[in-house]
Design a protein around this ligand. Structure first.
Ligand SMILES: NC(=O)c1ccc[n+]([C@@H]2O[C@H](COP(=O)([O-])OP(=O)(O)OC[C@H]3O[C@@H](n4cnc5c(N)ncnc54)[C@H](O)[C@@H]3O)[C@@H](O)[C@H]2O)c1
Length: 318
């Protein structure tokens, strides 16, 4: 198979690139390097089955050329940052919704019909049913990021109906592991690097969140694409547990050997759109036979070890 991976230089996209190349496929990587890291593609660039296109999803000419001749598109490129959405309201619309529409139009023009999409558990907003299943009450959005991703899901489903596409839509919890470049562990390690005696924490530290290890995430995506054959295949991806931010802080500090004073900003939410409890029901994908291998704690510890080993990442995304 020849896959186009949008966001191929990102945390998840570069990991998926390496996985598909290792499985013997051809990969066209498409990235504008807004948050992606060239170093993540060092191995891929040495592989003759990989081709890198430096391009923006808002550039239809470049996108059309990259999509042509591919068998499937793994659409991962996005503004993946939930927290600062209200600082630049146009960004999520352009980078997540319009960019997704561009991908769909490029696929339509090029006769490519299969798409996998990295959506998010953020689309559930402050869910009323927890663990949250895919078919729970229609959610009220709490972030521009979640809203822009839900709009992307809607467009994909409509292209499946209208133009004979087939899709696999994945609503991830937060992903951890090697090549992790953004999120709470990243922020805490940067702050502790500046001052290991104190750690500012957004909110009251009691937010409950679920996480998934990158290797388990990739396994789940490829497993679902091999096993699920509906027109629109929608899956939550996560572990069967959650932890408090405070638990995660404890594991991070233990791994780093530090005991900072914790300074909470207070309140149930750390920022607008910080849903205090995210825990997804993953029965649908588990029924196909997938289950995660790593616990949340093990995934946190691997992430800390990775950022200690590869501390250039902390500076690269400063
Ligand atoms: N990391 C997580 O915890 C998580 C959780 C839920 C969903 N997701 C989704 O998974 C996907 C990948 O996330 P990630 O953590 O790897 O993020 P990332 O920021 O590391 O990767 C995104 C990649 O897309 C590229 N990109 C962004 N806008 C682009 C554009 N207009 N044109 C071309 N390339 C562009 C960036 O340069 C980057 O390489 C995103 O869609 C994100 O919303 C991630």
């Amino acid at each position: 198979m020849r896959y186009l991976i949008t966001g191929a230089a990102g945390f998840i996209g570069s990991s998926l690139t390496d996985r598909l190349l290792a499985d013997g496929h051809e990969v066209v990587g498409y990235d504008n390097f807004s948050t992606g890291q060239e170093r993540f593609l060092t191995g891929a660039l040495a592989n003759p089955r990989f081709r890198l296109v430096r391009g923006d999803l808002l550039d239809r000419t470049a996108l059309d050329a990259a999509v042509a001749g591919c068998d499937a598109v793994m659409h991962l490129a996005a503004n993946a940052d939930v927290r600062f959405g209200t600082d630049h309201p146009r960004r999520d619309l352009e980078q997540n919704t319009i960019a997704t529409w561009n991908v769909l139009e490029a696929m339509r023009a090029g006769g490519v019909r299969k798409i996998a999409f990295s959506s998010t558990g953020s689309v559930y907003g402050e869910a009323t049913v927890i663990p949250t299943p895919e078919d729970g009450p229609f959610p009220v959005q709490t972030s521009l990021y979640g809203a822009s991703k839900l709009a992307g899901e809607g467009l994909i489903a409509a292209y499946c109906e209208g133009f004979g596409f087939q899709s696999w839509i994945f609503r991830f919890v937060s992903i951890l592991g090697e090549r992790y470049t953004h999120g709470h562990i990243f922020d805490f390690m940067r702050k502790l690097g500046q001052d290991k005696a104190r750690l500012p924490v957004l909110g009251d530290g009691k937010q409950r969140k679920s996480y998934l290890y990158i290797g388990d995430c990739l396994d789940a995506m490829l497993f679902a694409m091999a096993k699920a054959d509906c027109k629109v295949n929608l899956f939550n991806l996560g572990t069967d547990g959650y932890c408090q931010v405070n638990d995660s802080i404890g594991w991070i500090c233990a791994a780093l050997g530090v005991q900072p004073r914790l300074e909470y900003s207070g309140g149930e939410r750390g920022w607008i759109g910080d849903n205090p409890f995210i825990f997804l029901d993953t029965a649908r994908i588990r029924a196909l036979g997938w289950q995660p291998k790593l616990t949340i704690r093990a995934a946190v510890e691997r992430t800390v070890a990775y950022l200690q080993r590869e501390d250039w990442v902390l500076a690269a995304r400063a």
